[in-house]
Design a protein. Structure first.
Length: 277
């Protein structure tokens, strides 16, 4: 008997400083540049979940610890390329294709980076994209065939009762809770309209240069307060109120500048702008 199982293992991904591992294109499709798809670790399974479990001597209702062999994952990596992503686990073939459940696809770059199997993902269906972006469903889980070998041992200090070999991937599923709790799709950074930001900063620079040439009777303090509020809005996308008040993060010096009267550590070319007063 060959059965399908779903122990996808992932880890929270570190974010790049200047971009997210997620991106949304002009058509609204969601792309994930890199995600852990499986791992060579030890996981728990009931005897009835293990293919040919009874004939191998596994008791149906007892929990066993199986090691997902690293060499088996490395060999299986190409079988996950291009596989469909489903909204839940369903064994899938070309003859029994559940069109209504297919919400995306695995990329063609699946590879083994010890101890993880990693690759890119794309999501097309609005229900899947909404579930990921809202945080309601942020994990993925692999469905695959494998052959179990009953053999006691340990991996990285964890005891196991058997080994998974001859792995062949069938699909990837979007789930709320995989076997490993931290199997999550990489967090997204805030979405910023770069062109809009660039235009806003250019306008602000022109406004400051004009004021430097002709103060027009306004006090430097008043100009600084109003101008810095607009700069906050341009850099963060957060609109400031008419009073120019700053939130606690910026006032405490933990944001992009140290306070309402000074610019400190602002990215060029803003770091070269003279602040009046």
């Amino acid at each position: 008997m060959v059965s399908l199982h779903s122990p996808l293992h992932g880890r929270r991904l570190p974010l790049a400083y200047d971009r997210s591992v997620r991106r949304v294109d002009k058509d609204g499709h969601l792309f994930v540049d890199k995600c852990t798809l499986s791992s060579a670790i030890v996981s728990q399974y009931y005897g009835w979940e293990i293919p040919d479990g009874e004939s191998l001597g596994f008791t149906r209702d007892r929990l066993y610890r199986l090691y997902r062999d690293a060499d088996a994952l490395r060999t299986a990596a190409p079988s996950l390329n291009g596989k469909p992503i489903l909204m839940d686990h369903t064994a899938i073939t070309a003859q029994t294709h559940p069109h209504q459940k297919v919400v995306g696809a695995v990329g063609s770059d699946v590879r083994f980076e010890n101890p993880n199997l990693v690759g890119s993902l794309s999501f097309w269906a609005p229900e899947a994209i909404e579930a990921i972006q809202s945080g309601r469903m942020r994990s993925v889980s692999a469905g695959y065939r494998y052959r179990a070998v009953k053999a006691a041992g340990s991996h990285n200090g964890e005891r196991y009762d058997g080994i998974m070999t001859s792995i062949h991937f069938n699909h990837l599923a979007l789930v709320e809770a995989p076997r490993v709790p931290d199997a999550v799709i990489g967090d997204a950074l805030p979405s910023l309209d770069i062109k809009k930001m660039a235009d806003s900063l250019q306008n602000l620079i022109s406004e400051r240069m004009s004021f430097l040439k002709n103060p027009s009777g306004a006090s430097p303090d008043d100009f600084n307060q109003a101008w810095l509020a607009k700069l906050d809005e341009a850099l963060t996308g957060e609109q400031q109120d008419g009073t120019g008040a700053m939130d606690g993060r910026r006032m405490s010096g933990t944001g992009w500048r140290s306070g309402p009267e000074k610019l400190s550590g602002v990215l060029a070319p803003l770091s070269r702008i003279k602040v009046l007063g």
